[in-house]
Design a protein around this ligand. Sequence first.
Ligand code: ADP
Ligand code: MG
Length: 327
Amino acid sequence: MDEFSFIRSIAPKVHRQSGLIKGIGDDTAVFRQPYQDIVTAVDTFVEGVHFTRKTMAPYHVGYRVLAANISDIAAMGGTPAFYMISIVIPEGWSEEDLASIYKGMDDLASLYHIDLIGGDTVSGKELSISVTIIGYVEQNKVRYRSHAREKDIVFATGTLGDASAGLDLLTNADSGRGLPEEARNYFIHRHRMPSPRVSFAKALHAAERVALNDISDGIANEAAEIAEASNVSLHLYDEQIPVHQSFKRFNREQQRKWKLFGGEDFELLGTIPERDWPIVLSAANKAMIPVAKIGVVTTPSSGAGNVVLHEGNRHTILDKAGYTHLK
Ligand code: ADP
Ligand code: MG
């Protein structure tokens, strides 16, 4: 198939966003967004680095790469609207595979009511997909990492470590021995088809100040980014970090590693003044997802922002890379 018929085959027949003026088919896309601020991000997904064909079907590849981008918009408190795809196509990928990738993206795009408005197509050695996402956010409601303040509470949505458990189930034959089929499918689904928390983040609009980060690289890393950007310390209480009921079936070492350092759950980590906790609860209620209070914010402990993990009466300084230093 030549590039033109490929583009024709993946070009959307209908559009969901009223602000769209011109989608695929000219030198650029055109849209109008008169009142809000624009938020935009780009993410690249490379075969062999971010996924393998062993653990994901082409459909999941598309779904998952777009999910990661939508999650970035959620983490800013924004609403996603448009996305663009730059794809490098190697020889081993068939027309059906490519159609499946785009189908995975479109199914997710339909859930979030967003439009594919352009892209670029080239051939190369490895499959690589870059997604550029564009969204909008009400003025003064952008949720920066630098928004955490002393005495805030720290919260996390959903359950953590699920995607890592799913990946382990897919890559280790021995993983999750005795785990019921239903739980196994749940973890694998969380790895392949994450649900970015856009409606939760939007429902926080009543709060004046929220620091937000999406959990793409593990909660330890995301908490450290907030701590650094805000120059505060985040204290996390291990037993309050939310996990799925079947998570306890994995061994303790795996549980600790996955819930603290496992990425790609695409849940949200945030801090908010204590008095606004009811806003967080009602946002979670509205989005029909769990949310948990998992810690507090204090002045920076050793002069600079860091993350302190409390496990029973022991505490550890967590570092971003996933290594911990006993204190
Ligand atoms: P140009 O030469 O102006 O860059 P292209 O031939 O690359 O135009 O693209 C033609 C149209 O198809 C443009 O609207 C572009 O955004 C869109 N497009 C190209 N490749 C893709 C792709 N992989 N996914 C989505 N849209 C694409
Ligand atoms: Mg082009």
